[in-house]
Design a protein around this ligand. Structure first.
Ligand code: HEM
Length: 158
């Protein structure tokens, strides 16, 4: 899996739960991506360093802030002639024990960050498993997903 390889060796020392970390890969919600890409005008825009490897979107590591890791990259889903517009950027993983909160930038929320989902870190595999949509996250989908909706696992590190 070459997405874990980074040219920026200075970032190799960053870690979560002791795992070196240079980027993360997340398929987000596969059925949602399929839904967008099945629309006649559906698009997935990758900017600010985000890339795509098969079903996964890759967000390069940005910096550490306390117990949080910040990632670069923006993945914007658009469709329905502008009525659907969801931007996944400013991705932040905040760790407390084996629980990881997944936040994204949202200027409509106090503090500018929305708690999208949370999951459980498996340190052996560096995968955040059992990722579930939060209540605030569900609001982004206008009732199409309920709080607790399963999202894809997040592959953290190499
Ligand atoms: C003009 C407005 C919209 C129309 C006509 C519309 C229509 C639809 C339809 C027909 C489906 C079922 C698709 C299927 O089962 O294959 C669907 C699913 C869905 N829509 Fe929309 N939608 C609209 C706006 C939105 C917006 C603003 C969001 C916000 C993100 C959204 C999020 C979703 C989600 C998450 C699903 C479920 C996808 C899945 O299967 O996982 N929709 N929509």
């Amino acid at each position: 899996m070459d997405w874990t390889k980074s040219n920026e060796s200075t970032k190799q020392n960053q870690d979560i739960a002791g795992i070196p970390c240079t980027s993360l890969m997340w398929g987000f919600k596969r059925s949602f991506v399929n839904y967008i890409e099945g629309m006649s005008d559906g698009q997935v825009h990758l900017t600010d360093g985000a890339s795509r490897h098969g079903a996964g979107f890759v967000f390069p590591f940005g910096y550490r802030q306390g117990s949080s890791l910040m990632f670069q990259g923006s993945v914007q889903f658009t469709g329905h002639f502008g009525m659907l517009n969801l931007n996944v950027e400013g991705l932040r993983l905040s760790q407390a024990g084996d629980r990881v909160s997944i936040l994204i930038a949202d200027e409509e929320v106090d503090g500018g960050q929305l708690m999208l989902a949370s999951g459980t870190l498996n340190p052996a595999s560096a995968v955040i498993e059992s990722v579930r949509l939060s209540r605030e996250g569900a609001d982004l989908f206008f009732e199409n997903y309920k709080p607790g909706e399963p999202l894809e696992d997040i592959q953290l590190c190499n």
